[in-house]
Design a protein around this ligand. Sequence first.
Ligand SMILES: C[S@@+](CC[C@H](N)C(=O)[O-])C[C@H]1O[C@@H](n2cnc3c(N)ncnc32)[C@H](O)[C@@H]1O
Length: 247
Amino acid sequence: MQKNAVQRIAEPIIGAYDEKSLPAEAVPDYLEENYWWAYLHPKSMRFFEQQWVINSILWGNYARLRDATLDEMGSPISGRTLQVACVYGNLTPKLARRHRADARLDVVDVAPIQLENLSRKLNGDGNRVFLDRQDASSLDFNDASFDQVLMFFLLHELPRETRICAATEALRVLKPGGKLILVDYHQPIWQHPHRYLMPLVFKTLEPFALDLWGTELTHWIKADKPFGSIKKKIYFGGLYQKVVIEK
Ligand SMILES: C[S@@+](CC[C@H](N)C(=O)[O-])C[C@H]1O[C@@H](n2cnc3c(N)ncnc32)[C@H](O)[C@@H]1O
């Protein structure tokens, strides 16, 4: 288990989140040191929550990647779905709306401020959504609990060891035959200007992201059995990828 892993200390809350029930400490060091400006400060959160900002960060590809993710998850969605880590924008409210009345969506994040923010965004769409503070690298769910697990732009933000734990945990909590959906950065084709620009951006803002270039996402998952299937699609000249693993 990773050094700063957080254990779940409160029961999941449906569509709402109560910070008072949680300890202030235990946000992982890498998050505090490298991403405080993006995820932990209330002012930056308000800034990044604007649709045009997240769309610009993804070079105009937010809606395309969001919709590709949602389409992969189906409509309507039944059974249990886990989203590992909150994301800016309207992906999660849209995902929640696709859930059937008897289905359930769990969203976990290690940062209380992000869960509070999601709770606000869900508003009336939160009936079947359970929010919980957990560390992706040591999930507090039983093996084979979920029909689908989603990680949207999480893996590139994690240091290597944490990334391996988080990717492996995502597979562990997935039912046999279930889908693990990973959307993240990818190494663009040679002719793509971003192939030369993005390493500079990553060097300044996303210190672990280049790990994903030239390495398949499946590399980070420690699995004791071969996967049922792997499907990969790249977007925007290869800067982004969606990988769907059937367990
Ligand atoms: C999914 S990632 C990046 C999302 C992307 N930039 C966006 O907003 O669309 C950001 C989230 O990951 C969360 N996070 C980072 N490390 C985590 C961990 N070890 N466990 C759970 N959540 C984590 C952060 O708190 C933040 O809410």
